[in-house]
Design a protein around this ligand. Structure first.
Ligand SMILES: Cc1ncc(COP(=O)(O)O)c(C=O)c1O
Length: 472
């Protein structure tokens, strides 16, 4: 334990030592059985006479806080329980704005026999051997300095080519900026494009962490309804400076934003002088139809910022994504990222560069697309077969989750324990409504469920739903 002595303190040095150690024991920072640093070592570390330390240890021993060990030295004794309670003075509290932000997933590490939470991937599909080789290669370069906050030049170049080739996004390396995922990209964009109080429009229902991050910056976030073709453009408040959308696969309802609607939104943004954030979080996984042209490519006025992530295509645990922004924004983004945490982790960036450049990402996507398309089909069939009446699956041709709507009077509170009993983790559709009366239902991620688990998981879910309907 680190000890501090203050030469300006009028109390003797041994008293200062004694009091620090006693407080640490009382607060539980030094636990029963913990060994005190030998007096000779502690005296040398602190630059005091050994007697100063032995005097402090002697007082602790006389009062029963420590006891001698037969092999020499002192250990903290098992003091009465009341002595161990941690002293906590409630002096600091988050601001009202921060306290109002609720965690979207309060237990991200929780395990379940069948995990339907969207955002989970099947660890068995992760290309461990290829990724390991790419990581090992990064060890050739010793880390010794901060790197470019926008990302390494190699990764930016690689991403610009990859996103052009795989999604038709028009990007140069200079416009491509590496982030810690899509959510972080939105955070950075908000920091450089909006003053506190600025109005930002988001889809309702939508992706809760984005609403939370925008609110955390003191922005005025408004929810705009979506219909079968995407965000309802005429409902966007005229004063909005940013519009955040998920055109490839609306989160959470799953529809694809129609081409005509994309053009209408771009037109609106040009007239309003607003920016559009196009979050393309999972369009690598398209199960039936061909993808539409990204809004970024349809944009003639430099208003779209395209956001991509490797959270679905590779792993959410890597925390890596990117944005493609008009070059005019890059210097400000770079300065902000440097102020917050300097740069994305260079080793992960190098590994990802090798992984993409050597063709592993394309191979992995081909393989995982086949598996996820199978799971999508199996899940759809099982839901059609087993879901009790009142529950409906929304059509979704892309992505890694299906959305089910439920009856208006569904009682989540009763359902949750029943789901846990069946070993199921699901995510409620209600949480995706931040403004309007929420619809009942679920988001059912299928990426983490091996094919043989889909049937049992859906049967368990349906049984829990039927049991809770019984209680209504
Ligand atoms: C709409 C949306 N955007 C982005 C993400 C991914 O975020 P990140 O890249 O921060 O992990 C998700 C993940 O589920 C999502 O649903």
């Amino acid at each position: 334990m680190e000890l501090f002595l203050d030469p300006d303190d009028s109390r003797p040095l041994s008293t200062q030592l004694y009091e620090q150690l006693r407080t640490a024991i009382v607060e539980g920072r030094l636990e029963p059985g913990a060994r005190l640093t030998p007096s000779r070592t502690a005296a040398a570390d602190l630059g005091v006479a050994r007697a100063t330390v032995t005097d402090a240890y002697g007082r602790l021993s006389a009062e029963g806080y420590v006891e001698g060990r037969s092999g020499g030295g002192s250990v903290v004794s098992a003091a009465p329980a009341h002595v161990r309670t941690r002293v906590s003075v409630p002096a600091l509290a988050p601001t009202e704005r921060a306290a109002a932000i609720a965690a979207y997933d309060p237990a991200p590490g929780a395990r379940a026999a069948f995990d339907f939470r969207p955002g989970r991937l099947d660890p068995a599909l992760f290309p461990v051997a290829a990724w390991r080789r790419c990581v090992v290669r990064t060890l050739d370069r010793a880390p010794g300095q901060y790197e470019d906050p926008a990302g390494t030049p190699e990764l930016r170049e690689t991403l610009a080519h990859w996103v052009a080739r795989s999604r038709g996004v028009s990007a140069t390396a200079e416009e491509t900026f590496v982030t810690s995922g899509a959510g972080h990209a939105v955070d950075l964009i908000a920091r450089v494009l909006a003053e506190p109080g600025t109005t930002v429009a988001v889809e309702e229902p939508g992706y809760p962490p984005v609403v939370a991050v925008l609110r955390s910056h003191g922005l005025r976030v408004v929810g705009v309804p979506v219909d079968d073709h995407g965000i309802v453009v005429e409902a966007i408040p005229a004063e909005s400076r940013i519009v955040y959308v998920t055109p490839s696969h609306q989160y959470p309802l799953g529809m694809v934003m129609a081409r005509r609607r994309r053009l209408e939104l771009l037109d609106w943004a040009a007239r309003a002088g607003a920016a559009v954030i196009e979050d393309d979080y999972d369009s690598e996984f398209r199960h039936t139809v061909r993808p539409l042209e990204p809004m970024q490519r349809l944009d003639r006025d430099g208003r779209v910022i395209y956001v991509g992530t490797f959270s679905k295509s590779l792993s959410p645990a890597l925390r890596i994504g990117f944005l493609v922004a008009p070059a005019t924004l890059i210097p400000a983004l770079r300065a902000v990222r440097q102020a917050v945490d300097w740069c994305p982790p260079p080793a992960t960036q190098q590994a990802l560069t090798h992984f993409i450049a050597d063709g592993h990402l394309d191979r992995h996507l081909r393989r995982s697309r086949r598996r996820y398309t199978d799971r999508h089909r199996l899940m759809r069939e099982a839901l059609d077969r087993f879901l009790p009446s009142g529950y409906h699956v929304l059509p979704a041709e892309a992505g890694l989750h299906l959305t089910v709507t439920g009856p208006a009077d569904a009682a989540d509170a009763e359902l949750w324990p029943a789901l846990r009993q069946q070993g199921l983790q699901v995510s409620s559709l209600r949480y995706t409504y931040a403004f309007d009366e929420p619809r009942s239902g679920f988001l059912l991620g299928f990426a983490a469920l091996p094919e043989q688990s889909v049937g049992p998981a859906v049967r368990g879910l349906s049984a829990a739903l039927a049991a809770s309907a019984h209680h209504r």
